[in-house]
Ligand binder design. Structure first.
Ligand SMILES: NC(=O)C1=CN([C@@H]2O[C@H](COP(=O)(O)OP(=O)(O)OC[C@H]3O[C@@H](n4cnc5c(N)ncnc54)[C@H](OP(=O)(O)O)[C@@H]3O)[C@@H](O)[C@H]2O)C=CC1
Ligand SMILES: O=C(O)CCC(=O)C(=O)O
Ligand SMILES: [Mg+2]
Length: 733
């Protein structure tokens, strides 16, 4: 790192976490400065990334540096220390909305080309596509993941159990997955015995089309290829729509259109088309002329046909025949199929399971739900959970143990790195992955419209992941399970890595290897008994399980400790395991109450200071970090987390208490008398002015709040909304 790089980088992001930073970051910077620790920022927000991508469209003062690229380099440096808050992984409708807002603010960005035809439009579209979906996390996650609830957080949840929905044995809620011809059943996998460069071609009756060239893999990479049949998917969706109606449940679809930004919007589009099949059969050509793209969801479809009464009438007729749909917002008529990124499986399925298997229907009431998750790779986890709770009743958070996670994530591992090598087949033929020595690594016969994809996992990250698991097992002694299915092609290749490492280290007897369905049941049985377990998983299950178990155990994944031990030695500290909570922003805009819980930020901050202390032998950073832990404990012990309701303490109040407990802990410690002396008057001022600060914060709530923008807020407006206590600001400075 250069001398000018701050000791710690705190990321500028979007939505609720960014609003929270408006209040918390000035406190962090001020406290850190007293110990000589600098905390800088890098902008990885959606708006920031858009502006950085189109310098040619902007005036000199509007241009923005490419902070994501800079951070991507930084995380490969041994002394990287980054606190990463959750950011928007934009679906097409979110990206388009952000562009529109920026244009209205006077940034002359090009319109998003829905159907690019000229070369210029194609170039603009290609640039926008790089910003879409999960474009940040894979760049920064140059290490594997260690996610768990800190001991204090888990204990707090056991002592203050949250409300759980009730499960009944006769619940009609279930998971529906395809019975074949999906990614799971068509998968092939191989481990490369030497470095190779591959090309991916489609051979058809008319010749060969190159889909991708120059994909290079180091020796030892596990390379998979698979496809989902479009015809099988359509038949499955049609069948499930019909079955949902017979069963009298809600129809729901759970995808990850953000991280799986190529394959999953296509699957989502198939569901939109099946749902409105008679309309597409009759008016498909007309709708195509109007620019309808089913992959963008019902919301954008309805917008494009709004002046076509005949099509609107046909849509209404079909809707009347369909089962009720699982709703995102029943008051505003927003369905599951409106926007591809509204229902994201890692958050949506756990919320439904926590609620006793209930989803919200169009009538604003809770109902049993058919949860459609087409591919079978991971659907069994949710199926097994639902069946477990039907049989055993809901989990009891007061007595349940915990499931920690060690996730294979580094260097774009597995499906989450597959979008550059995912294609919707333009024609029927054979897809081949051909290595530079002529070897045909994988071949699949496909039909037009099938979704083919290749994913890979590199040797160094796999070995690092196994070693991290060994370390965590040793540190905890918990039951440790590799969630790998010996009957799945990719998992079998991973098992071939895992077993020899465990044996060489003499710890094979400390680990179990189970397919996801069995591992789910074993883990639920373990925590039901009050015992703990470590789930050692691939990248997708890392994502899914670190929402599923925290939401059941702690009510939220926001309170998780999420450490990414970077492979080159640095540290990336993610805050929580959840996202950017768009609903929280809506509430703030409406009634100036922010229910975002910054506990994830507090946990990450403590780890980041302690990492700095170890890395740079910085004793003051250790004192700061230890005091952060005391403050975090104080927040829990005194129940200072935000309330969900306007008029009650919110995110800003929790930051006041955090600052106060932090200052008190710094004043009380004796390791660094200089810091103690510095913070004693600050702690006193925060305590003496409690009633003024609390009432100034309370007065701010109630009325709509103006942020000057949703994706690109006005810094001064955000600051005045998020720092409404003049007394507190006076003390913090
Ligand atoms: N690491 C990352 O960068 C991640 C980014 N994302 C992105 O976040 C956005 C939203 O994703 P979504 O799937 O809706 O998931 P979210 O985790 O943002 O939201 C789901 C729900 O979880 C609760 N929640 C999450 N975080 C907190 C918190 N700190 N405090 C209190 N409650 C919290 C909220 O519940 P309630 O409304 O009941 O209060 C929220 O509505 C998307 O753009 C997605 O791409 C998603 C996951 C991770
Ligand atoms: O990058 C994303 O889109 C989401 C990441 C996520 O859900 C996670 O890591 O838990
Ligand atoms: Mg997640």
């Amino acid at each position: 790192m250069s001398d000018t790089t701050p000791d710690i980088i705190y990321t500028k992001v979007d939505e609720a976490p960014e609003l929270a930073s408006g209040s918390l970051l000035p406190i962090i910077q001020k406290f850190a400065a007293a110990a000589g620790v600098s905390v800088g920022t890098k902008d990885i927000s959606l708006a920031g990334r858009i502006l950085a991508t189109f310098p040619e469209a902007l005036s000199a003062e509007q241009q923005q540096s490419d902070d994501l690229a800079a951070l991507g380099e930084l995380v490969k440096q041994p002394d990287a220390n980054v606190i990463k808050l959750p950011n928007i992984s934009a679906s097409e409708p979110q990206l388009v909305a952000a562009v529109k807002e920026l244009q209205e603010q006077g940034y002359a960005l090009p319109d998003y080309p829905y159907s690019p035809s000229t070369d210029a439009e194609k170039a603009v579209r290609a640039k926008y596509d790089t910003i879409k979906g999960s474009a940040v996390n894979p760049v920064l996650r140059e290490g594997n993941s260690d996610r768990r609830a800190a001991a204090a957080v888990k204990k707090f949840a056991q002592n203050n159990p949250h409300r759980m929905g009730t499960w009944s044995a006769d619940s009609k809620t279930r998971v529906a997955a395809m019975d074949g011809d999906d990614f799971f059943s068509n998968e092939k996998s191989a481990t490369l015995d030497k470095a190779a460069t591959a090309k991916i071609v489609l051979e058809t009756a008319d010749g060969e089309t190159v889909l991708k060239e120059g994909v290079s893999y180091p020796e030892g990479t596990v390379v998979d290829a698979t496809f989902m049949s479009a015809a099988a998917l359509d038949a499955f969706l049609a069948d499930e729509i019909a079955k949902t109606k017979e069963e009298g449940t809600l129809f729901s679809l759970h995808m990850k259109a953000t991280m799986m930004k190529v394959s999953d919007p296509i699957i989502f589009g198939h569901a939109v088309k099946q749902w409105l099949k008679p309309v597409f059969d009759k008016y498909g050509d007309k709708m195509a002329e109007l620019g309808v793209n089913a992959n963008g969801g019902l919301g954008s479809l309805l917008e494009r046909v709004k002046d076509e009464p005949e099509i609107l009438k046909a849509i209404e007729e079909v809707r009347a025949e369909r089962p009720p749909m699982y709703m995102v917002d029943s008051d505003r008529g927003i369905t599951n199929l409106h926007v591809p990124s509204d229902v994201i499986i890692d958050a949506s399925m756990p919320a439904l399971i926590r609620a006793g298997g209930k989803g919200w229907g169009p009538d604003g009431k809770e109902h049993d739900t058919n949860c459609v998750i087409p591919d079978n790779s991971y659907a069994p986890v949710y199926d097994a959970s639902i069946e477990f709770f039907k049989k055993n009743g809901a989990l009891n958070p007061a007595t349940a143990g915990t499931v920690q996670n060690i996730g294979l994530m580094a260097q774009k591992a597995e499906e989450y790195g597959s979008h550059p090598t995912t294609f919707e087949m333009p024609k029927a033929g054979t897809v081949k992955m051909i290595l530079d020595d002529g070897t045909v690594l994988h071949a699949h016969d496909v039909a037009e419209g099938d979704i083919w994809r290749s994913a890979s996992a590199r040797k160094a990250p796999i070995e690092d992941w196994v070693n991290l698991a060994i370390e965590r097992q040793k540190a905890t002694g918990y039951r440790s399970i590799f969630w790998l299915d010996a009957n799945r092609a990719h998992d079998a290749e991973l098992i071939a890595y895992v077993k020899p490492i465990l044996e060489a280290k003499g710890v094979a007897d400390k680990f179990e290897i189970m397919a996801p369905r069995d591992a789910t049941i074993a883990s639920l049985e373990t925590i039901t008994k009050g015992e703990n377990t470590i789930a050692i998983t691939g990248n997708v299950l890392r994502d899914y399980l670190t929402d599923l178990f925290p939401i059941l155990e702690l009510a939220t994944s926001a309170k998780m400790l999420s450490i990414v031990k970077l492979m080159n030695g640095g540290g990336l500290f993610e805050t929580g395991a959840g996202g950017s909570a768009p609903k929280h922003v809506q509430q703030l805009q409406k009634e100036n109450h922010l229910r975002w819980d910054s506990l994830g930020e507090f946990c990450a901050l403590g780890e980041s200071f302690k990492f700095l202390a170890d890395q740079k032998d910085n004793a003051k950073a250790r004192v700061l970090g230890e005091a952060v832990e005391v403050a975090t404990q104080g927040i829990l012990d005194h129940d200072r987390s935000p309330s969900r309701k306007a008029g009650e303490p919110d995110n800003r109040d929790s930051h006041y208490w955090f600052a106060r407990y932090w200052a008190e802990a710094l004043a009380a410690q004796s390791d660094d008398p200089e810091l103690a002396a510095h913070f004693a008057p600050i702690a006193k001022a925060l305590a003496d002015n409690e009633s003024a600060i609390v009432s100034e914060l309370a007065d701010a709530q109630g009325n709509p709040a103006d942020l000057g923008g949703y994706y690109h807020g006005d810094a001064d407006k955000v600051s005045s909304v998020m720092r409404p206590s003049a007394t507190l600001n006076g003390i913090i400075g």
